[in-house]
Ligand binder design. Structure first.
Ligand code: CS2
Length: 478
């Protein structure tokens, strides 16, 4: 029987391992959202930074609800394998940047202590779009979000992102400890400013004396993050064991490509993430728009169409001769809504994306990407549609993607087989009885407050384009 991964010492030479003495580096980051994406992205950049330039920047990883990441990682002293899968083969690498893995549910005191510790100079976040509890209409908190509601009622026992961070910033300020920088790594537009507005609004309701501190003294650098990282498949752990010779309960699969563009505002310092290839810029916005509209927009479009057309994985959609051209059309339409970005060729970026989506070694489920559509469609599809409208460009690609998402919200396939929507708005999206015509379905989704922009709803070209596509999908099947 193979032994469990607990040390990098005995790994075969084919496996890249931490090129630094782990115990010589103290923690400097608390990361909230200890999922596959963090393990395949920020933790890898930090591993490179520690190897290149040292520093006390190891990461204390925290899960807010699940206990699984801590249970998998703690017996392995925080070590885990990433499998980089491309046409060139699979490369295994063991990452050492995690100093500890905690769960808020079972390690509450340790999490709070880490957030308060003067050594913590950055708190980074990957909690997915729905994890924050933002009301997109106001930019402030959504008081109906479960964690926001719980934490506003009981700010001294926080459970969600806003509650925890405001609690920690307050405790630090009272103790004379400088605030940490807050680094949002989720696929949200202007993610730094968005989280700042969220925390300021939470504070306005729970700790008003802190609003000014949050707005003027805490840094919220914006980021664009990219690495396609599917949920772990049944063969991931076996593959990790085959390549490393050790049993690893925490292995993740990802692609070879990775990108991180960061606004360089870290008053209390930061790791040398440029060593791992991170790009530091003045203004992240153009990069983030490009990525949200092209990669994520096309992803959502192909997830809804692909799932309903019976394709389990993204790569299967790209192998479908009817759907692949629609994905390329979407990429081109999204690119046309962007201002030129010096040094970036959008056509080449689109081609790279099509290749990445087609990666035959990545088992990325369309159903995974289809999740949380109400949180994703605004920045991925509606925002570029509004820009296309302003620019007098065709709306067809965005209307088609919207029709596919609308069709998906019915929660049943063409053959009647039902599936779970997995969307925080779930109950509101699905009306009972279900709308039977395209017009009725569009009217229902248009009526949900703050979801589909007015300017689209009142535009006759948009309406008819969505209706035509949706009618075809309903009558003829995806
Ligand atoms: C995907 C993203 O699940 C999704 O919604 O579009 O997770 C995507 O894979 C990443 O943003 C790639 O960087």
């Amino acid at each position: 029987m193979t032994t469990r991964l607990t040390s990098a010492a005995a790994l075969p030479d084919t496996v890249q391992r931490p090129a630094y003495r782990r115990e010589a580096h103290g923690p400097g980051i608390v990361h909230i959202g200890l999922g596959a994406f963090h393990k395949a992205h920020q933790a890898v950049y930090t591993d490179d930074a520690l190897a290149a330039s040292a520093g006390d920047w190891r990461i204390i990883g925290v899960s807010l609800r699940s206990t699984a990441p801590a249970e998998e990682l703690t017996p392995q002293d925080g070590l885990y394998t990433i499998l980089e899968r491309s046409s060139g083969g699979t490369r295994a690498r063991v990452i050492g940047s995690l100093a500890a893995a905690l769960s808020l549910r079972t390690d509450r005191a340790a999490v709070l202590a880490a957030l308060r510790a003067p050594t913590t100079r950055i708190v980074s976040l990957t909690v997915t779009e729905k994890g924050y509890g933002i009301d997109r209409r106001t930019g402030g908190v959504n008081p109906e979000h479960p964690a926001i509601a719980a934490d506003l009622a009981n700010p001294d026992a926080p459970t969600g992102v806003a509650g925890l961070l405001v609690w920690a910033l307050k405790a630090r300020r009272a103790a004379g400890i400088a605030p940490f920088s807050v680094l949002c790594c989720d696929n949200l537009p202007e993610n730094g400013a968005m989280v700042r507005a969220l925390l300021a609004d939470f504070a306005r309701r729970a700790a008003p004396e802190l609003v000014d501190h949050i707005e003027t003294e805490v840094a919220f650098p914006a980021t664009m993050v990219d690495r396609i990282t599917p949920a772990r498949g049944p063969e991931t752990l076996q593959l990790a064991e085959d390549l490393t010779g050790f049993q690893d309960a925490a292995a993740v699969e990802t692609e070879a490509f990775h990108q991180w563009v960061i606004e360089d505002r870290f008053p209390s310092g930061r790791p040398d993430w440029a060593a791992g290839g991170a790009l530091f810029v003045e203004d992240v916005r153009p990069f983030e728009e490009m990525k949200l509209r092209m990669l994520n927009g096309a992803h959502s479009m192909l997830a809804y169409t692909g799932f309903l057309a019976g394709h389990k994985y993204v790569r299967d959609v790209m192998a479908d001769a009817a759907l692949a051209p629609l994905v390329r059309r979407h990429l081109a339409a999204a690119a046309a809504t962007l201002d030129p970005l010096p040094g970036v060729d959008f056509a080449a970026y689109a081609e790279d994306l099509a290749q990445r989506f087609a990666n035959p070694h990545l088992a990325h489920e369309t159903y995974q990407i289809a999740m949380d559509g109400s949180e994703k469609m605004p920045q991925r599809v509606f925002a570029p549609a509004l820009d296309a409208l302003r620019r007098g460009q065709s709306l067809d690609a965005f209307a088609f993607a919207t029709a596919a998402w609308m069709r998906y919200t019915l929660g049943r396939r063409d053959d009647g087989h039902a599936y779970d929507l997995r969307d925080p708005l779930g109950a509101a999206l699905q009306r009972d009885p279900a709308p039977e015509t395209a017009v009725a379905l569009i009217a229902h989704l248009n009526s949900l407050p703050g979801l589909i922009p007015e300017a689209l709803q009142t535009n006759a070209v948009w309406q008819s384009s969505v209706e035509t596509a949706l009618n075809t999908m309903l009558r003829n099947g995806m």
